[in-house]
Design a binder for this molecule. Structure first.
Ligand code: ZN
Ligand code: ZN
Length: 342
């Protein structure tokens, strides 16, 4: 099969012929239909990253696909031809973490985002049957590949534990920030403001459900208070660059919650007295549970959230390496999907 192979940080992916994997016990082999490029893929493969995949790894963790082969021990509910998405983690299937639908915390986890299990920037990939979800016929392959990013948003919102009507600020207007804004709105937040350095995504933020878009400049605190009626009670940090935690601490209301989704992979400096003076709750967020995936699927199917608003381009494997590199610079693209079968 053909796959986009990671060489080393700062270098483009290479499209190579690699062996098609065979499904092991409890696994499904899927033909990948779409796989989204995530901000964490960009961070991880950046030359500054301290956390990059091994050379030769295949990453990609936001996908939909069609079941083409079943491994041993897979239950009778699975058949060839089924349309699925899956959590990009495969756990042991026996421990408490796996049984509660959170394989990411399993001590034997194999992770696609890190490249320790083969990811979906390829024609085929393997998923755990226990981690897979059937896609309803009404959902497109594109929507199927967007279940994962929506689950990220839902998980972050559930960790924030806010009360209905809370004043919410989302820092960052990338696909994570915009998805979080949509999920916060759906979960009963009051004003939900998205902020970014440029207003390129202002309309998109409003389409996704933000009540307001604000420029991230030195007037941000004043502008937020003006439109929301006070400082933010919940802040979602969705940028992942140094200096962001300090910014959130400065903007937050006393006893606010800061949920950190931005995958910052550089040393961060912050002044601890700031969050202390406000008794802030700093909550880091990683991934999702199977339950978050189920809720994301339900919300997309019922129209509570339309992640396709974020989808700006689909590329084949040949165009993939350049399209991936182009996302490192700000531009018109938001969510770019790979269609490896094209
Ligand atoms: Zn992702
Ligand atoms: Zn386990």
């Amino acid at each position: 099969m053909r796959a986009a192979v990671f060489e080393k940080p700062g270098e483009k992916f290479r499209i190579r012929e690699v062996p098609t994997p065979a499904p092991g016990r409890g696994q499904l082999l899927i033909r990948v239909k779409r796989c989204g490029i995530c901000g964490s893929d960009l961070h991880m493969t950046d030359s500054h990253s301290c956390f990059h995949p091994a050379s030769g790894a295949i990453i990609g963790h936001e996908f939909s696909g069609e079941v083409v082969a079943l491994g041993e021990g897979v239950g009778p509910e699975w058949r060839e031809g089924q349309r699925i998405t899956a959590l990009p983690y495969q756990g042991c299937g026996r421990c408490a973490r796996c049984l509660s639908g959170e394989p990411v915390w399993c001590s034997e986890v194999r992770s696609m985002p890190s490249g320790r299990a083969q990811g979906a920037f390829a024609e085929y990939t393997l998923v755990g049957a226990a981690e897979s979800l059937r896609l309803p016929d009404s959902l497109s392959w594109e929507e199927g590949a967007m279940v994962e990013p929506v689950a990220v948003g839902l998980h972050a919102v559930s960790l924030a534990r806010f009360t209905p009507g809370a004043r919410v600020l989302v820092v960052g207007a990338g696909s994570v920030g915009l998805t979080v804004a949509a999920c916060a709105r759906a979960a009963g937040a009051g004003p939900v403001c998205v902020t970014a350095r440029t207003d390129r995504r202002a309309s998109l933020a409003r389409w996704m459900g933000a009540t307001e878009f604000l420029l991230n400049d030195d007037q941000l605190a004043a502008n937020f208070a003006r439109v929301a009626g006070g400082p933010p009670e919940v802040i979602f940090e969705c940028v992942g660059l140094t200096g962001m935690l300090d910014l959130c601490a400065r903007l937050a209301a006393p006893r606010a919650t800061v949920v950190v989704l931005g995958a910052c992979m550089q040393q961060e400096r912050m002044m601890p007295i700031l969050p202390t003076m406000k008794e802030l709750r700093l909550q880091f967020a990683l991934c999702y549970s199977r339950r978050d995936f189920e809720t994301a699927l339900f919300m997309i199917e019922r129209g509570y959230i339309d992640p396709l608003l974020l989808h700006t381009d689909t590329v084949d494997l040949t165009r993939f390496p350049d399209a991936f590199e182009a996302l490192r610079q700000p531009g018109a693209q938001c969510k770019v999907l790979l269609d490896p079968g094209r």
